[in-house]
Design a protein around this ligand. Structure first.
Ligand SMILES: [Zn+2]
Length: 304
């Protein structure tokens, strides 16, 4: 399938994995225009982190940092061409739990956000990132979710929708009401806090992808994620699970997030893979979760 990467439209290999929720650089200073482009040493560190991935079967990552939070398309292009890993970049914006959205996003109407997101897609972004806060959604967050839905309907580009502990199901119902095809929606960070498994299953049953995408973080051992995968297998819903690390190589931003950052983008294809197969998850299932599912999510559902 053709994916919209930072280096243009690329034919992705149907047999190689994709990490659907990672970050290279997050820098909140960019929100008010104070971030300088990433340093050469940051670029070198990101290339080093990524360059082993192809030998571990991974062809692409989705960088889920939206504009204003340190995302730099020229930087991502450089890291992609040097590392040999395809990078799919995000437009959109983030939640206001730790810090207000960039002022341009706060001031924009829904239609102005749609125009901005669509222009970014024309410039090379391949997913739309939006978010709600912990247990609540601010007016700006709801506006951005609506804009994501309308942008998706206009472009076919998939949505990655951040959650903190809850509201995944509410997000899904809102997208559905706004005419989004739920097979193009990834609800991120499901069961990364204390959400019950039934919450995760309900999101999948409705038709959206469930992101078990904090794998490797100290908050939960691999067995936490493996037991959730086993439950999805029991329910026949393994075609709705996506796996990733939510890793970040360089972070500048609120302390509340800084304390939880995780860098090892090789954990999934190495340690986790071993732990999952030892626990009885088959290679076929792992291939479905890491290859077929993310490729299906990423495939635009209309030509734009
Ligand atoms: Zn993230």
């Amino acid at each position: 399938m053709l994916a919209r990467t930072v280096l243009g439209s690329v034919e992705l290999d149907p047999a190689r994995a994709v990490l659907p929720h990672e970050h290279l650089v997050i820098d909140y200073n960019q929100k008010e225009g104070r971030a300088s482009p990433p340093l050469k040493e940051t670029e070198d560190a990101c290339v080093e982190a990524l360059q082993e991935l192809p030998s571990l079967g991974i062809q692409a990552i989705v960088d889920c940092t939206p504009p204003g939070y340190g995302r730099d398309l020229a930087f991502l292009r450089q890291v992609s061409s040097r590392s040999g890993v395809h990078i799919i970049a995000s437009t959109g914006t983030f939640c206001e739990q730790w810090s207000p959205q960039p002022s341009w996003a706060q001031k924009a109407s829904v239609q102005e956000l749609v125009d901005a997101f669509t222009a970014e897609i024309d410039r090379g972004c391949g997913v739309i990132k939006v978010a709600t806060s912990h247990g609540t959604a601010s007016d700006n967050e709801i506006k951005a979710l609506k804009a994501a839905a309308l942008t998706h309907r206009g472009t076919g580009v998939p949505i990655v929708s951040h959650t903190t502990g809850s509201l995944g199901l509410e997000q899904v119902l809102m997208y559905e009401e706004l005419g989004v095809e739920l097979s193009k929606v990834l609800i991120s960070h499901v069961c990364a806090d204390e959400e019950p498994i039934d919450y995760a299953l309900a999101i999948a049953r409705r038709g959206a992808y469930v992101g078990l995408d904090r794998i490797g973080h100290a908050s939960h051992p691999d067995k936490h994620w493996i037991s959730i995968i086993q439950r999805f297998l029991d329910e026949g819903l393994e075609n709705k699970v996506l796996l990733s690390h939510d890793s970040v190589q360089t972070f500048a931003g609120p302390d509340a997030i800084a304390g939880h950052t995780f860098r090892n983008i090789r954990h999934l294809p190495t340690t986790f893979h071993k732990n999952a197969t030892c626990a009885g998850i088959t290679e076929n299932t792992l291939r479905q979760l890491t290859v077929h599912n993310p490729l299906r999510w990423l495939e635009p559902n209309r030509v734009s």
